[in-house]
Design a protein around this ligand. Structure first.
Ligand SMILES: O=P(O)(O)OC[C@H]1O[C@H](OP(=O)(O)OP(=O)(O)O)[C@H](O)[C@@H]1O
Ligand SMILES: Nc1ncnc2[nH]cnc12
Length: 168
């Protein structure tokens, strides 16, 4: 989106975010969205910008990544008339799952999705608060594609560009 086209909303969203140095480990500049959630206008503007982008995009699935993708994903799904699919950390989903392991800026983890939540031909967006290395989103894309969905786009509030090591 070009500057001016968003009516100043992106500036308001940026100024509602904060950075906490050395969390959760020394050297990490932690991008904190909780201050955005305390500002109802900036929070609504964030959801609205995604809703405007994906309305009429024929999106049938919004997949949200635990935990912070759960804050933005369901509102977007309801507004665009798509189903919401939670991608969860291991051993949280009660049904049969498929899993993908990935490496993080500060460790490694795994995402799981319920078998049957997504069908062949579903058109999906994946929602999270932040992309750093892209490892989490790659794992999420793999899960959805293994289930037969087309991942149309990944939607994140924040990009940490200096950590983006994956090529598109
Ligand atoms: O692009 P990447 O390098 O993969 O990093 C981005 C991911 O890291 C954070 O989640 P985290 O794993 O810290 O989990 P949390 O949301 O449960 O705190 C963030 O919410 C993204 O999901
Ligand atoms: N710098 C960062 N801030 C917040 N969440 C993150 N996840 C991975 N890197 C992060």
């Amino acid at each position: 989106m070009s500057s001016g086209e968003d009516g100043g909303r992106i500036t308001g969203i940026k100024s509602a975010l904060r950075v906490i140095p050395n969390f959760p480990k020394p050297g990490i500049m932690f991008q904190d969205i909780t201050t955005l959630l305390l500002d109802p206008k900036a929070f609504k503007d964030t959801v609205d910008l995604f809703v405007e982008r994906y309305t009429n995009g024929n999106i049938s699935v919004v997949a949200g990544i635990e935990a912070r993708g759960f804050i933005f994903g369901p509102s977007i799904a309801l507004a665009i008339g798509a189903k919401f699919v939670p991608l969860r950390k291991p051993k949280k989903l009660p049904g049969e799952v498929i899993s993908e392991k990935y490496i993080l800026e500060y460790g490694s983890d795994c995402l799981e999705m319920h078998v049957g939540a997504v069908k062949t031909g579903d058109r999906a967006i994946i929602v999270d608060d932040l992309i750093a290395t892209g490892g989490t989103l790659c794992a999420a894309m793999n899960l959805l594609e293994r289930a037969g969905a087309k991942v149309v786009e990944c939607a994140c509030v924040i990009e940490v560009p200096e950590l983006k090591v994956l090529s598109s």
